[in-house]
Design a protein around this ligand. Structure first.
Ligand code: GCO
Length: 488
């Protein structure tokens, strides 16, 4: 079971993300862009993404504090092969090599994340200048290379000290986050315009506090639900802190989205798809933009208590985002078990008798379905939620684990095929009116894939984890051509 299935099953959903119903596959295929018609809009940002804990290493260097991931990887049995991010790709020392990769691929945007524990080792208090200097160096080097720096402030690595004080279920964590956001806006806002507040709020709250498979490894559905509210509050407060630091900053956030496909025409399955759409696609993105939660996920009379809602929270969590980032990996099959009707999502122990249909799509080495049509469909759907805000694809990619062959090269035609299909779907969405202005492949290079350790390789670049050597894969060379031509 991969981690996306963990999430779905944790909330009482069976088969989600694991399979696509034959019914769904029978739907019409994505309209293809006509020949000679493969041009992207002028100025389109072709880029790549990474995240601090997944690539930086240097986990104790220059005053860095302990994060929940530094701690979590030490728990026996939590990470495949006992891997850790202690060294990872060693990007803390090799960031110039990373920038050379971006340049070699003709990329104009780099989405990376900032490790809060380098800036405030305990998540509160004075700035650790040496940690900040790393991001100063990275930023300056990117700008010198003609590449837009696009940081994400939080990609899951909460300071352990804040977890010890209650973590994301505790409202105070939103205030600490806003303080950190303000520090970063002041420190780098003179050179960085485009900021993302959070990466995949749904993923780290559910897997970290409900399912226990991600840091901090808690299994408490009530803590989990509160954590979602704190994260929404942190969006609003962090947005305001960045704007207060520098009103010129463009502030957005990154949401993982997926089309919810009913497993059948049964009304229960259709209702399941609807509630899952509200939970996964709207619970964070719509809430922050509109300052109100989607209705019908929790019983209305219990929701305030479940969230620990206080007067004024609607204003606190509201943020008029300047752009929205979307991560897309696959479609999600939705089915309700027979006990499901009316069962709140918090009833995580419910047994779901529904058996998902057999797999029908090609799969990546991680077992995720290759479903480019869903990329088009979810972009069209989310455009309605986010108004006319510019959209950036902040992640999209696939794990294929082949390594160098005798010629020293990495031949990964499956990854090229994956990207080709997804670029066509994205271009069709643009032609259908969705204002997508940038795309970031996940990932620039192979890296630490959370609970899967180094066993899943998402990179356009091969990384030899024994010595940090980087080799651009066939897919990276192919991507360089797409970026240079701005066309498929
Ligand atoms: C996420 C993260 C990345 C992952 C990638 C592949 O979406 O989980 O943003 O950190 O590595 O998605 O699983």
């Amino acid at each position: 079971m991969n981690r996306r299935d963990f999430l779905m099953s944790s909330l009482g959903m069976v088969g989600a993300g694991a399979a696509l119903a034959p019914a769904a596959l029978a739907k019409p295929k994505a309209k293809r862009a006509g020949q000679g018609d493969g041009a992207f809009p002028p100025g389109f940002y072709w880029g790549a993404a990474t995240a601090a804990y997944q690539v930086e290493g240097a986990y104790r260097e220059d005053g860095k504090g302990e994060s929940i991931w530094d701690r979590f990887v030490l728990a026996p049995g939590k990470i495949k092969n006992g891997d850790t991010g202690n060294v990872a790709c060693d990007s803390y020392h090799r960031y110039m090599d990373d920038i050379a990769l971006l340049k070699a691929m003709n990329l104009k945007s780099y989405r990376f994340s900032i490790a809060w524990t380098r800036i405030q080792p305990d998540g509160t208090g004075p700035v650790n200048q040496k940690g900040l200097d790393y991001y100063n160096r990275l930023t300056d080097a990117l700008l010198a290379a003609g590449i837009r720096p696009m940081p994400t402030l939080y990609h899951w690595d909460l300071p352990q000290n804040l977890e010890d004080r209650g973590g994301w279920p505790a409202r105070e964590t939103a205030d600490r986050y806003a303080e950190y956001a303000g520090i970063m806006g002041k420190a780098l806002g003179d050179r960085i315009e485009t900021w993302s507040l959070f990466n995949e709020s749904k993923t780290f709250t559910a897997l970290g506090y409900n399912q226990g498979v991600f840091a901090p490894g808690r299994k408490d559905p009530y803590a989990f639900i509160r954590s979602t509210h704190t994260v929404n509050l942190a969006h609003g407060l962090g947005y305001k802190a960045l704007k207060a630091a520098n009103p010129k900053l463009k502030v957005g956030s990154v949401y993982d989205v997926t089309p919810m496909i009913p497993a059948s025409d049964r009304p229960e399955d259709v209702a399941a798809a609807d509630i899952w759409d509200k939970w996964q696609n709207l619970w964070f993105a719509q809430t922050v933009i509109e300052g109100r939660y989607p209705e019908g996920v929790f019983p209305a009379d219990r929701q305030p208590e479940l969230l620990n809602w206080k007067d004024g929270d609607a204003d606190r969590m509201h943020a008029d985002l300047d752009f929205v980032g979307f991560n897309y990996y696959s479609g999600t099959l939705c089915a309700y078990g027979k006990e499901a009707s009316g069962v709140p999502l918090i009833d995580v122990d419910a047994k779901w008798p529904y058996a998902p249909p057999a797999l029908e799509t090609a799969k990546t080495d991680f077992g995720w379905n290759v479903y480019p049509q869903g990329f088009h469909d979810i972009l069209v759907r989310m455009h309605k939620v986010t108004g006319n805000r510019p959209i950036e694809i902040t992640e999209n990619g696939c794990a294929y684990n082949m390594g160098p062959t005798a010629d020293g090269q990495i031949h990964d035609p499956q990854r090229i095929a994956f990207y080709r299909g997804h670029f066509a779907a994205m271009l069709q969405a643009i032609k259908d009116g969705v204002p997508v202005r940038g795309y970031h492949a996940w990932s620039l290079m192979d890296n630490f894939e959370w609970a899967s350790g180094y066993s899943q390789r998402f990179g356009l670049t091969w990384v030899d984890f024994a010595n940090g050597t980087r080799t651009i894969k066939d897919s990276g060379k192919w991507y360089a051509g797409v970026a240079a031509a701005n066309t498929i």
